[in-house]
Design a protein around this ligand. Structure first.
Ligand code: KIV
Ligand code: NA
Length: 270
């Protein structure tokens, strides 16, 4: 199976009314990528890794070096999905030049196919700058976690008319600037539907709408690794329960001297 490409993902938008939604999940490690890759169109190395694997309080402290280390691992662990790496807070907002310097490192050092950055109208110039220089960009609008301090929390966006219009304008601006797709996160459903119907790039929803052109979730949320998850997450498994039970079995056998058994130990040759 050949790896999907960014243009192939973008074309999916136009494959008719019965078009199959695009499937995206986050991945942070090589083994996780190996397991998810056959089921996905895109793997996102999200800066959510700050909270999910490093226990940080938000995505803000995540660094470019962290994203590059995990991005390279996910590229090594996959051969089918398009791998997209998040640009972390502080690595792209200052100018298109700063964004190019950071994004070109991400592309060269990980082998990923595209980067993702947060922001709408304010990032349009940067998106155009990167796209014109060979760096495909996925945008991310609506609830943008890197702006948690400005937004005042992680509540759904677009409930006021002013905010509603701003998010629609953001979607139009990033599409016009040349983003190849856009994550629409945590918005009231009519915004996600209106954007999906009015821009010519795929919308990837999270807490948005089943009518988006694709969906994404944080894999650990989807697997049931956490007790507390946002309302928009559906837990498809109970991996937290499985890990606890499995660790308890191991601990019990160690304490009972039942592990290691004869099968797991080496004896001298007779
Ligand atoms: O960092 C992340 O995991 C993301 C997705 C939730 C879209 O940006
Ligand atoms: Na992110």
């Amino acid at each position: 199976m050949k790896r999907l490409t960014v243009p192939a993902i973008q074309r999916r938008k136009f494959e008719g009314k019965t078009q199959e939604p695009l499937v995206m999940l986050t991945a942070y490690t090589a083994r996780q990528a190996q397991l998810l890759d056959p089921h996905c169109d895109m793997l996102l190395v999200g800066d959510s890794l700050g909270q999910v694997i490093y226990g940080l309080p938000s995505t803000l402290p995540v660094t470019l070096d962290m994203m590059i280390a995990h991005g390279a691992a996910v590229v090594r662990g996959s051969y089918h999905s398009v791998v997209i790496v998040d640009m972390p807070f502080g690595s792209y907002e200052a100018s298109p030049q700063q964004a190019f310097a950071s994004a070109s490192r991400v592309m060269a050092e990980t082998g990923c196919a595209a980067v993702k950055l947060e922001g709408g109208t304010a990032m349009a110039e940067t998106i155009a700058f990167l796209a014109a220089r060979g760096i495909p960009v996925m945008a991310h609008i609506g609830l943008t976690p890197q702006a948690v301090n400005a937004l005042g929390g992680y509540a759904a966006r677009g409930r006021s008319q002013e905010e509603h219009e701003k998010i629609i304008a953001d979607g139009h601006a990033i599409a016009k600037a040349g983003a190849f797709a856009v994550v629409v996160e945590g918005v009231i459903e009519p915004i996600a539907v209106a954007l999906t119907e009015s821009i010519d790039i795929p919308t990837i929803g999270i807490g948005a709408s089943a009518r988006c052109d694709g969906q994404v979730l944080v894999t650990e949320d989807m697997l049931g690794m956490f007790e507390r998850v946002p309302r928009f997450v559906k837990r498809y498994g109970d991996i937290a329960g499985m890990i606890s039970e499995t660790a308890a079995k191991y601990a019990g056998e160690v304490r009972a001297r039942a592990f290691p058994g004869p099968e797991q130990t080496y004896q001298p040759k007779p």
